[in-house]
Design a protein around this ligand. Sequence first.
Ligand SMILES: Cc1ncc(COP(=O)(O)O)c(C=O)c1O
Length: 372
Amino acid sequence: MALEKLVNPHILEIKPYQPGKPVEELERELGIQGAIKIASNENPHGPSPKALAAMRDALGDMNRYPDGAAFALREKLADRFGIETNQLIFGCGADEVLELLAKSFLRPGDEVVYAWPSFAMYPVVVKGMGATSVQVPLDEDLQHDLDAMAKAVNERTKMVILCNPNNPTGTTFGKRAFEAFVKSLPRDLILVVDEVYWDFARSDDFPDTLGCIAGRPGTISVRSFSKIYGLAGMRIGYGICDAELADILNRARHPFNVSRLAEIAAVAALDDTEHVERTLRLNREGAELITREFEALGLRVWPTDTNFMLVKLDRPGTEVYEALLREGVIVRPLPGTGLDQHVRVTIGTPAENQKLIDAVRKVVGRAPAGAA
Ligand SMILES: Cc1ncc(COP(=O)(O)O)c(C=O)c1O
């Protein structure tokens, strides 16, 4: 059957998302053991132990559908953030929340303004609805160019997406820049602030997105349990917004889009302060070590507010990526994004960080400063 005559034409224009290479695949290809994947910004320290215990206890109930309203998680998050329970939307990962936003608001002819390079799923969800991406280049410090983004907004703009901290650069914009940008925006468009790495950005200057929601309905903060809580495999994310927006998104979702086990895991993970603090500490220590060692090799490492780092190389990132694969280390090259001479590395466990450093030293081929 000639499917190309039937398919929505914009679907064929989507470039499928390229996930990081699985460890098992690399080990099979090279016939090795002990490869590491530090390419997908997962939590390398495992899932929250409290979430694991709660999931084990709940396994016997998996013949039951989930609570479609996610009552327990809703109550807990509302309490934590001082919001009403009707200001939340849950999804199969933050990815689904982004998709619900696209499905609810975008159609062909609409424009979506976002910075670039940024999260690779934005073009996918925009194109998925036949809408048009308007990608505004990051500035020379790899920060959001909020002035240029404001200028890119016109009468066709239906949505603006800010990724803060930004993936793949790890860069963050602060309160003042955010507030000025929000003030400059027309009221009748959706402002999506993707704050999936928010938990790692502990600066006092981090924007108060939740405060902004009260004054600007149509604003949503998108967050995830995939990162700091170590639940990427469970697929659960959420959005915080005003009640009217949550009601619209709620209409667009499947009734059981978050699994029973995912909700149980998320509720328990929120109470696992020990796991969160440990993750933050190890992440900070890992970032410091990698920065020190890479800088000693003459590489530029961008400061990060996340669990990953952007590294500037003196040659194409894909070349270094391929060479690191042969050392059993999977990182993320960024070809075609304007960051071709960079790779993105997730901060790993102490052992993974050391393996990365040793492999990069070998591949980049320079002795550490001061070494004989
Ligand atoms: C900026 C950003 N937004 C959203 C997501 C999707 O997160 P989730 O795993 O909750 O779907 C990611 C995942 O890496 C991301 O980096």
